[in-house]
Write a protein that binds this ligand. Structure first.
Ligand code: FE2
Length: 190
């Protein structure tokens, strides 16, 4: 028997479809506009993540059709349904790009947990499976970004890099180790 519009999962699917469209555009915007010492790495990574996010949009929209609802497609509907922070101008640094993306993934991951719970209580394994698969993709993307944005361990070798990175507003990974404070040499070997 087909499911009807009363399914409580539909708003979760709509919200995540809209979030995926927004995040896709955000990734593409950063892919185009990124600059600095990590240009190549971030340019490629942002595009890779954009593709991963893009591939979720169709399934989220079509699942709503399967449950009896119309799928949103206008920019206005997408803007109204999305819950990730809307972009207001380009980030000033690559570190800020990473932080905004991480924040967006956190909102989506939480939303997908809610969607999964709703699908389970609706006895809707199809939607539950979709959220379970997509949340893993978002968790993996968030992990990659978090590692790139993170402070390296506090050893004498990297302390110089992380403070230099803070000054420049770039991820610590962008600072070549030649800029690092010299490591403690210790007594000469005899
Ligand atoms: Fe491109």
């Amino acid at each position: 028997m087909p499911r009807m519009r009363s399914s409580s999962v539909i708003p979760h699917l709509l919200r995540e479809q809209a979030n995926a469209v927004q995040l896709y555009l955000q990734y593409k915007g950063y892919h185009w506009n990124v600059a600095g010492p990590l240009f190549r790495e971030l340019h490629l990574l942002f595009d890779e993540h954009a593709t991963t996010v893009f591939e979720t949009i169709d399934a989220l929209a079509e699942r709503q059709r399967m449950l009896g609802a119309a799928a949103a497609y206008t920019l206005e509907d997408i803007r109204l349904a999305s819950t990730i922070p809307h972009e207001r101008g380009l980030p000033r640094t690559t570190q800020e790009m990473l932080e905004r993306l991480i924040a967006a993934h956190h909102v989506i991951i939480e939303g997908m947990h809610e969607g999964f719970k709703s699908a389970e209580s609706d006895q809707d394994p199809g939607s539950a499976d979709l959220f379970a698969r997509f949340v893993q993709a978002h968790e993996k993307m968030e992990w990659f970004l978090r590692e790139l944005a993170s402070e390296p361990p506090p050893t004498s070798e990297v302390t110089g890099r992380s403070s230099l990175a803070r000054e420049k507003g770039v991820p610590a990974a962008a600072i070549p180790s030649s800029h690092a404070a010299p490591p403690f040499a210790g007594p000469p070997l005899t």
